[in-house]
Design a protein around this ligand. Structure first.
Ligand SMILES: CCC(=O)SCCNC(=O)CCNC(=O)[C@H](O)C(C)(C)COP(=O)(O)OP(=O)(O)OC[C@H]1O[C@@H](n2cnc3c(N)ncnc32)[C@H](O)[C@@H]1OP(=O)(O)O
Ligand SMILES: O=CC(=O)O
Ligand SMILES: [Mg+2]
Length: 358
């Protein structure tokens, strides 16, 4: 384990100094595209400014025979496109794959000055982050890169979940973590066959009504309540990320046509502390942008509480509810996020600016 004195030292002579704090940049939707798919690649320049993160995916969903074409496509996009306010990320192949070394040794020299974050799939423990950390430092030094490339890990193995705290704290490059429900389900031997979302079989059933003569009626209709399969993992991930000052994300929602359930899944993540989710299809960008932006009502309420609480200490009654130091802190989280997002999103800024606090 690196000692505190060494934690922020560059891991290669000539590599840029690691950041001390992960910048709070908007990342409501991490939009996946295959850089080797000409139709998707052609859409990228026009998506700049409409989405917070554009991620060129090289891992799963790219056919083995197309890995090199996709990598070359990503280099071309990285060189040609001006990303403006939009972040540019990539997802490399897994660390045990035959492609990952070429991914890193090609991408960093070619477009390392454009890449904000590298997403690493199937992370099992801190050792995986240490490997990428050192290699990135060596490649950055060799290429003369001046801004350190950050690392984002996907939580999609049972061992990764068991080690999530150490993964989050493994390097000052750690930007955040996404839940990868599809691979995680397979690795855990869950009996689901979908990409994220709920499952109708994972439920709690209303108690059977009692009979007048004693006993219970097990034959009638009873309400069922579908439960969230991902709650435990999401909660562990959010706590681990918050503890290390990095960001948590829900990952993919594969039922592209079910925009309603997608919105629900994203909203659960937002409420639990995530800052964004993946978008697999352009239709999911709008959902993420909406859900991960505080609503006008929430911002208005938060501003009222902050105003009513003065210096932020003590207790007041507002609309019949007690507010105190802890509710002010929650309201500040909401208002700070709103301000961060509005700084990049004029439409959102206009909505928040129009709020009148009574
Ligand atoms: C499961 C765990 C994971 O690892 S999830 C992450 C890996 N998966 C991915 O990255 C999947 C990315 N998305 C896709 O491949 C496609 O969106 C899938 C889901 C296959 C659907 O594609 P398709 O049947 O073409 O959809 P469509 O006809 O509605 O497309 C309309 C136009 O939009 C385009 N489009 C589609 N997806 C994207 C995208 N992600 N980024 C940019 N453009 C996209 C299509 O090419 C199509 O374009 P056009 O109108 O024909 O010119
Ligand atoms: O990569 C994402 C997943 O769900 O698997
Ligand atoms: Mg996966």
């Amino acid at each position: 384990m690196r000692t505190a004195k060494d934690f922020f030292a560059p891991l290669a002579v000539g590599a840029p100094a690691p950041v001390r704090e992960i910048p709070a940049r908007p990342s409501r939707a991490i939009h996946f595209f295959d850089p080797g798919n000409p139709k998707m690649a052609a859409k990228v320049p026009d998506m700049v400014g409409t989405v917070d993160v554009l991620l060129g995916n090289l891992e799963d969903a790219v056919k083995a025979e197309n890995k090199e074409i996709s990598r070359e496509g990503l280099v071309k996009i990285g060189r040609d496109v001006d990303f403006g306010p939009t972040q540019f990320w990539t997802r490399i192949n897994s660390l045990d794959s035959p492609w990952v070394l070429d991914d890193l040794t090609t991408l960093v020299p070619a477009i390392g000055d454009k890449l904000d974050v590298i997403m690493v799939p199937k992370v099992q423990g801190a050792e995986d982050i240490h490997y990428v950390d050192r290699l990135l430092a060596q490649l950055e030094a060799k290429a003369g890169i001046t801004k350190p490339i950050l690392i984002h890990a996907i939580l999609e193995t049972a061992r990764g979940v068991a080690n999530v705290e150490e993964i989050c704290g493994a390097s000052p490059r750690m930007q955040g973590i996404s839940l990868g429900p599809a691979d995680l389900a397979a690795d855990r031997r869950m009996k689901t066959t979908r990409v994220g979302g709920g499952h109708p079989g994972y439920l709690v059933r209303q108690d059977a009504p009692a009979l007048a003569e004693g006993g219970y009626d097990f034959t009638g209709q009873r309400a069922i309540f579908q439960q969230d399969l991902w709650h435990y993992t999401m909660a562990r991930m959010v706590d681990a990320c918050a503890m290390h000052g990095i960001y948590a994300y829900y990952g993919p929602f594969g039922d592209i046509k079910d925009t309603v359930a997608c919105e629900d899944q994203f909203r659960n993540a937002f409420l639990m502390g995530c800052v964004g989710a993946w978008s697999l299809h352009p239709v999911q960008i709008k959902i993420a942008n909406k859900v991960f932006s505080p609503s006008v009502e929430d911002v208005k309420h938060a501003r009222r509480v902050i105003a009513a609480m003065g210096d932020g200490t003590g207790a007041v009654m507002l609309d019949g509810k007690m507010e105190d130091d802890a509710s002010v802190k929650q309201c500040k989280v909401m208002v700070d996020l709103a301000e961060e997002l509005a700084a990049n999103d004029p439409e959102l800024k206009a909505k928040y600016d129009a709020i009148v606090v009574d």
